[in-house]
Write a protein that binds this ligand. Structure first.
Ligand code: ADP
Length: 621
């Protein structure tokens, strides 16, 4: 399928989503072939797999043989306890060597498989971090791709589960072949029955698994909603509201239908499994019965000696169990690889809209022109921006103001190429922004957003957005300009202090305002920033801290175009021009003095805010 210009919008449609994300069904062999590419390259793992198959595979046969030998020795006319002890001793030694070796090999290999799963997980994370931002807002897309993570998030299923099970399968196959060969001496019918049993059970179990996989998105939807509710219920930040407004009952109410949907789905799954378990028991009894009858018949006919009979009987019991295990392991691999396929689909899908290859021409500050830009969020009809036009001149400092929900953040997201306009064009230095490569576009922007979420890196790494080649002097300089240096200096490890406590116990937790300063420092550190976009960068700062930042704005913005969003109108007065966004358009623009002199929304807002601050004793207005 051709790559869409606006992926988030195109993938709203169910059929398109299916075709784009799951373009072809892969055969079991194709999935395993790909999954085993790293294994094939490792002779050590191949050797270990063969060793395991042989050493664990002979164990059941050893058990059968020792019974045969012991019964033979016991029923011999010259039976001697000494010989029996020797036989048991030899059996014990061989059993010990084989089982110890197989366990050793298995445990060592499981680490290799865990590493492979984590590598896939890393690749999927990288995909999530580079895909179009708009895709995050598409619930159906999230549910679809979430199942890719199911196969990577635990060691007991999906990718790692398949590796482990195929490893075990080697041993089961060797055991089944040995015992099957032994029983076929009794009658080839036994072997045929065993194979038929495995085939029936494999298809039945794989069918139940495929049914579950088909409904995985429903399950993902339920799981997502229920996880979100549980998260909110146990979220410390929501705790005050929940208690004060007695919201626990409401939570339960919302949870009720999710719970009911979950039960309904599981009932459907269980029904199939119950039917299957009935079939499974029946088939197992049938194999045992036929084998048993054959054995008794031959014993009565005098064809079998007692020792042969006991040996074949224990072989039969083990064989039926093995057939059951074999069917389970094969169907497990079949079903889990369906989820592995989801992970491969996610890794293979191109999750970025069609973009250009050009670099933004020229050097230094850029000019931005919006021409009749309209935009609605994917999946909604409401136009947040409607035929919006304005020009941001090279090196100009513009403030973008407007009421809450006017669309200021949306405009910024469009400007930075995180979303595509529904119609109209955004020109940067005279060229349609869609002609630029994503990298060149992102590199041109130094952005400080309203919601500040640092990652669990050190302060220096955060500012330099890197873990290598950090210019420490520049980090210090940026932190000084952003007004955070005194705080950083006071920390025991200085700029090498890790942030957050999720990874490092001694991580620092910064306040909202300090986080904002940190993000300002990060934007300052980048040398090639040609346009600074600041979305309420000082909203968590107190008036004094905000003032201090403004005093540094000349150095912060030097040689860059700047778009600055703030709801505090007074704080935007240092800008060359103010754009007022209202009704999806630029309703007013001009300098602060020009706008204040005119009747209109700006003047109205400014006066209202001014009055408010004056009453508070503030000095902003
Ligand atoms: P502002 O930054 O001016 O406060 P926003 O750009 O955040 O406004 O939001 C503009 C409008 O778009 C609001 O009505 C908001 O509800 C809506 N909106 C914002 N983000 C999304 C989204 N991800 N999906 C759907 N609607 C959204």
């Amino acid at each position: 399928m051709q790559k869409p210009r606006d992926l988030a919008r195109a993938l709203q449609e169910k059929e398109t989503r299916k075709r784009y994300l799951h373009p072809n069904k892969r055969s079991l062999f194709a999935i395993l072939w790909r999954l085993y590419a790293p294994v094939r390259k490792s002779p050590r793992i191949v050797l270990a797999s063969i060793t395991y198959a042989l050493t664990s595979g002979v164990l059941p046969l050893l058990g059968v043989l020792v019974t045969y030998v012991l019964v033979g020795l016991l029923s011999a006319p010259d039976a001697s306890p000494q010989r029996m002890l020797i036989a048991a001793g030899v059996y014990g030694a061989v059993f010990f060597v084989c089982s110890a070796l197989s366990r050793q090999v298995k445990n060592r290999n499981s680490m290799f498989f865990t590493r492979l799963r984590l590598q896939y997980l890393q690749a999927c994370n990288a995909r999530s971090m580079s895909m179009d931002l708009g895709l995050f807002e598409n619930a159906a897309f999230n549910e679809d791709t979430e199942t890719a993570y199911w196969s990577l998030s635990s060691s007991g299923s999906g990718v790692e589960g398949t590796y482990d099970k195929v490893f075990d399968l080697g041993g089961t196959l060797v055991s089944a072949a040995l015992l099957g060969a032994m029983l076929s001496l009794l009658s080839p019918l036994m072997l045929a029955l065993g194979i038929a049993y495995v085939a029936v059970m494999y298809f039945a179990q794989a069918n139940v698994g495929a049914f579950k996989h088909k409904r995985r998105m429903e399950l993902a939807g339920i799981a997502r909603r229920s996880a979100m509710l549980s998260r909110s219920a146990s979220d410390f930040h929501a705790g005050k509201d929940v208690r004060l407004y007695d919201m626990a009952g409401k939570f339960q109410q919302v949870f009720e239908p999710i719970f009911a949907a979950n039960m309904k789905l599981y009932r459907a799954f269980t029904k199939r499994e119950l039917q299957l378990s009935f079939l499974e028991s029946l088939a197992l009894v049938a194999v045992d019965l036929v084998g048993g009858l054959l054995l008794i018949n031959k014993l009565l006919d005098g064809v079998l000696a007692m020792a042969d009979f006991v040996m074949l009987l224990s072989a039969l019991v083990l064989f039926t169990q093995l057939m059951m295990t074999l069917a389970q392991q094969l169907s497990y691999v079949k079903v889990e690889t369906l989820y592995v396929q989801d992970a491969f689909d996610f890794l293979d899908a191109d999750l970025n809209s069609l973009d250009g290859t050009r670099d933004i021409p020229g050097e230094g500050p850029v000019e931005v022109v919006f021409v009749d830009v309209s935009f609605s969020y994917p999946g909604t009809d409401r136009l947040v921006l409607e035929n919006l036009s304005f020009t941001l001149k090279k090196g100009e400092r513009c403030a973008l103001v407007g009421l809450n929900g006017a669309g200021k953040t949306t405009l910024v997201k469009l400007l930075m190429g995180l979303y595509r306009p529904l119609s109209g064009r955004i020109l940067i230095n005279g060229i349609d922004a869609s002609a630029f490569s994503r990298q060149s576009l992102y590199a041109a922007f130094g952005a400080v957003f309203q919601e500040v979420e640092p990652l669990a890196l050190t302060i220096a790494e955060t500012v330099a957005v890197s873990t290598r080649d950090i210019d420490r002097e520049r980090v210090e300089e940026s932190l000084k300009t952003a007004g955070l240096w005194d705080k950083v200096k006071s920390l025991k490890k200085g700029m090498d202090t890790p942030l957050l406590k999720i990874i490092h116990e001694d991580g620092a937790i910064l306040s909202g305002g300090e986080n904002q300063k940190l993000m300002i420092a990060r934007a300052l550190y980048r040398k090639d920033t040609r346009i600074m976009v600041m979305d309420e960068p000082t909203s968590a700062l107190d008036a004094l801290a905000e003032q201090a930042i403004y005093q540094h704005f000349d150095s912060i913005l030097k040689g860059r175009t700047a778009l600055f969003i703030s709801h505090r109108l007074a704080s935007t007065r240092f800008c060359d021009r103010i754009l007022l966004l209202d009704g999806g358009k630029i309703a007013q623009h001009g300098t602060h003095e020009e706008l204040i002199a005119k009747e209109g929304l700006y003047r109205q807002l400014f006066l209202t805010q001014g009055k408010y601050y004056q009453q508070e004793g503030g000095s902003e207005a």
